[in-house]
Design a protein around this ligand. Structure first.
Ligand SMILES: [Zn+2]
Length: 483
């Protein structure tokens, strides 16, 4: 597989420390609020990447953290703890907030067919490990104690900026965020490993440590959690592009200083979801959630499909119009799959293998999901029987996870049900949800229309509308549904 590597700024062949095995790490959510669909874009693309690697034959160990402490309002260690802010907003304890939004996150993932990683570790469950690594960093001279906190000393590194060539002035912490600069820091980009002092005193979660009662900084958790569950050599680190600096940059600094050797060879960053007014973010107040998409009548998988239609390294523009277009395309795709006959003969394994080979090639080219989606249409047009075409689609869906065959089977069942319930009179057929009284009314409306008694036809339509029934005219009759 070829993947773009943010650390080397080029597309390169994917390699692993142990042949055939991928140690994969994903930065998880900070569980102080619902995930917005922009955050979820990253998790969708990372899910496709993981499933592709498994499809390509790798054994994958995927690890993810849950941030339930230490993530301050600014990624540069200033402002208030996000968890504390969430707890105050909802008059709950920090742990109640963490549990509630962790559950909500995995519920969203379930609806979007995002597999749960092999290991999920909340930060608060591994504090002893963080303390151990921070102590080791201090012993090695990479960390210092100042003003009650422990800081990582970035001046001890030969190279700090991995993903970009920032002008240091641009990163002047405090100036950038419009908040007070931390005068304990020896260098502008030093970051907190352990807090015992901060400007807010009511931090709910605190632990004993060699430096006093306090809590960890945000960045240390990902290094420690990954080193614990992925081992000393990480093959693939994933996250949203806005985590590249400072979060991932700091993860590399800590991990490599602690280990004394290179840590992670491959960095995968998913780009932003934008709206017409800019990047989607929680700080702007209103943000879009999976529940909101459902309330508006969208299948969450339509959003997954929408994400797959474009490349993970391009900013994606969300609008309702764009989502509607995806919904229409999605519905037509399911209709076409539903029209295939699953029982028209044996699966032609040779044909299937040929299509799979092509799919592996396009997806293996920096995870080109848009072309992966195109492969679905190629499979629909394949010169072979329905059973083989369905087997190919099923194979691709192991990676794309759009529930294509389940949705198509559902569609087929619905159609069969409707056909069973069809009522016909004088060449006019009514299909619906199988209620004879309503079928009779819809038939009567059809007869009224035929007799050009439009007033009566409208009266019946309105009567049904009042009962929540919607009629759609189709060639040779009408169909109805409850709305
Ligand atoms: Zn992280």
């Amino acid at each position: 597989m070829y993947l773009y590597n943010s650390a080397t700024h080029k597309k390169q062949e994917f390699t692993t420390h142990t042949p055939g095995r991928v140690e994969m790490y994903t930065c998880g959510p900070t569980v102080y609020h619902f995930a917005h669909i922009g955050n979820l874009r990253s998790y969708i693309m990372e899910d496709v990447l993981e499933k592709y690697l498994r499809y390509a034959g790798y054994d994958v160990n995927r690890v993810m953290n849950i941030t339930d402490v230490g993530h301050l309002a600014s990624d540069a260690d200033t402002g208030e703890d996000k968890m504390l802010k969430g707890a105050r907003r909802e008059h709950k304890t920090v742990m109640e907030i963490a549990q509630f939004y962790t559950d909500a996150f995995f519920e969203d993932c379930r609806k979007l067919n995002i597999k749960t990683p092999d290991v999920v570790q909340p930060a608060t469950g591994l504090i002893d490990e963080f303390i151990r690594v921070i102590q080791a960093l201090q012993e090695k001279g990479y960390a210092y104690f100042a003003g009650g906190n422990v800081y990582f000393d970035t001046s001890k590194l030969e190279r700090y900026y991995i993903f970009n060539d920032h002008d240091e002035e641009d990163l002047a912490v405090g100036v950038r965020e419009g908040v007070e600069e931390d005068l304990n820091k020896r260098n502008k980009n030093d970051f907190v490993l352990w807090f015992t002092k901060s400007k807010f005193e009511d931090q709910a979660l605190k632990w004993d440590s060699p430096w006093g009662v306090g809590y960890p900084g945000w960045h240390i958790e990902c290094s420690c959690i990954s080193m614990k569950y992925n081992g000393e050599y990480l093959d693939l680190h994933c996250g949203g592009v806005d985590n590249a600096f400072p979060h991932h940059t700091n993860e590399i600094a800590q991990s490599e200083s602690y280990l004394g050797h290179p840590w992670c060879g491959q960095w995968f960053h998913v780009h932003h979801l934008n709206t017409n007014t800019g990047k989607m973010s929680k700080s702007k107040g209103e943000f879009l959630t999976v529940s909101l998409l459902e309330e508006k009548g969208y299948d969450p998988l339509v959003y997954r499909f929408f994400c797959l239609q474009s490349h993970y390294r391009k900013a994606l523009v969300f609008s309702w119009e764009n989502l509607d277009n995806a919904a229409v395309t999605w519905r037509k795709l399911i209709d076409r799959i539903a029209a295939l006959n699953p029982d028209d003969g044996p699966v032609d394994e040779a044909v299937k293998a040929k299509y799979e080979e092509h799919f592996r090639t396009v997806m293996g080219n920096d995870l080109n999901t848009a072309q992966g989606v195109t492969c679905l249409y190629d499979a629909l047009k394949a010169k072979t029987n329905g059973a083989t075409r369905l087997a190919i689609l099923d194979s691709f869906d192991q990676v794309l996870s759009l529930s294509l065959l389940e949705k198509a089977a559902e569609q087929r069942r619905k159609k069969a049900e409707q056909a069973k319930n069809a009522r016909t009179s004088g060449g006019y057929t009514v299909t619906g949800e199988g209620d004879p009284a309503i079928d009779a009314l819809v038939l009567a409306r059809g007869e009224a229309k035929k007799a050009k008694n439009f007033a009566e036809a409208d009266r019946i339509r309105n009567e049904l509308k009042a009962q929540g029934i919607e009629i759609t005219d189709i060639p040779g009759g009408a169909t109805w549904k409850r709305v």
